[in-house]
Write a protein that binds this ligand. Structure first.
Ligand SMILES: [Zn+2]
Length: 374
């Protein structure tokens, strides 16, 4: 049990008027609480007048001090406008994609929602990711600047929304990925995501003609196998689904499978030496200030959620009829923790990152859970 869960049990015990450790009876009772997992019933502390007035099974009153930003599952009248700082150059709708020259033969392709790259060398082209949303345009995009064949395909990670168009780029490229990506793709058995033919555990340097790509694995964060792709000549770093220039991360820190690992990777990207970041999403590339901002947001969410976990009293406002339902007791507590976290973040962050109101609840729920169990 984490320190926070200990604090939670202690807070409930304080409300119930007993203190584990004072005597052996109290210890037995404390142990019973622990063995019951999350059965933390503070109901005895409430009078009948505090019982929420709601239909059995129907929705109750909003929690006290509810944020003005609609919680998950409730429609929001109008989302906040997207800041200019989050926008990028427009897409030519006739083409369906935008090509951005990153320098030294490296190009980004984007539909302003997804981003991938290709690298031109003297005898061919290395394609890096193939999002299905525009993969059919990748050969056209390459043809704008080169008549060389696609010889290599690099997968940033296994997710279908970034490489599910691999088949449609054509040819018989050598496919390179981290070995965890191979494992996940074998399991997926998806004909649209052909298996990598070259894999590596930690580092792989791809040398083609006078061009170089440095691939490296920094452990699990977004998902196992997600790699850093660095092009040293144009000083471009591509890391997908971790930093979203100008924007909040996608919900739950972009579905990070390891949130402490995810926070560590944002810091790693921040400290690395590069000029341009390709994040795999949104309308523009990133600069160091974008990563600094996301790292600061991460620190603030962590602090806000940690404070809310420590200062929120379990059981307050819970219907006594639910006192023997530990899932309900915990849900009530966590909802109020998340509400406090959202309230703490809103004044500073609602105008700084686009989509703040879309995903702040998701980030707070993900953060409080990570702090309790990871
Ligand atoms: Zn992904």
């Amino acid at each position: 049990m984490s320190e926070l869960n200990h604090n939670l049990v202690r807070a409930v015990n304080d409300r119930r008027g007993f203190h584990p450790g004072k005597n052996s009876t109290a210890n037995v009772r404390a142990l019973a609480v622990l063995l019951a997992g999350l059965c933390i019933c503070a109901i005895g502390a409430f009078s009948q007048s505090q019982v929420p007035n709601s239909e059995h099974g129907g929705p109750g009153e909003p929690y006290p001090l509810m944020p003005s930003i609609a919680p998950i599952g409730v429609s929001i009248g109008k989302y906040m406008d997207v800041q200019a700082s989050a926008q990028g150059p427009a897409i030519d709708s006739a083409k369906g994609y935008r090509l951005q020259n990153l320098g030294s033969g490296l190009y980004m392709i984007t539909d302003n929602a997804y981003q991938s790259m290709f690298l031109v060398y003297d005898r061919g082209v290395v394609v890096i990711d193939a999002p299905p949303s525009y993969a059919a345009h990748i050969p056209e995009a390459i043809a704008e600047v080169s008549d060389k064949p696609i010889t290599h395909l690099v997968y940033s990670h296994s997710h279908i929304d970034h490489i599910g168009g691999a088949k449609s780029v054509g040819g018989q490229p050598v496919i390179i990925a981290q070995e965890e990506t191979l494992r996940l793709l074998k399991r997926a058995a998806d004909p649209n995501r052909p298996l990598p033919t070259v894999t590596f555990p930690d580092k792989y340097t791809l040398r083609v003609g006078s061009q170089v790509l440095e691939l490296s694995y920094h452990g699990n964060a977004h998902e196992p196998g997600n790699i850093f792709i660095y092009a040293p000549l144009p000083r471009v770093l591509m890391v997908v689904d971790v930093v979203f220039p100008g924007w909040m991360p996608w919900r739950r820190f972009a579905l990070a499978q390891d949130i402490p690992g995810y926070f560590a990777q944002v810091e790693e990207i921040r400290k690395m030496d590069w000029d341009t970041l390709v994040g795999g999403h949104v309308a523009r590339t990133g600069i160091h200030a974008d990563v600094d901002l996301q790292a600061e947001f991460n620190r603030d969410v962590k602090q806000a959620a940690a404070t809310a976990l420590k200062t929120t009293n379990p059981g307050v406002g819970l219907n006594p009829l639910d006192k023997d339902n530990p899932w309900a007791v915990f849900d009530n507590y966590i909802d109020r923790v998340a509400a406090q976290c959202v309230n703490t973040l809103t004044p500073k962050w609602s105008s700084k990152l686009a989509g703040f109101d879309v995903y702040v609840w998701d980030q707070c729920y993900a953060m409080e859970q990570s702090l309790r169990i990871e």
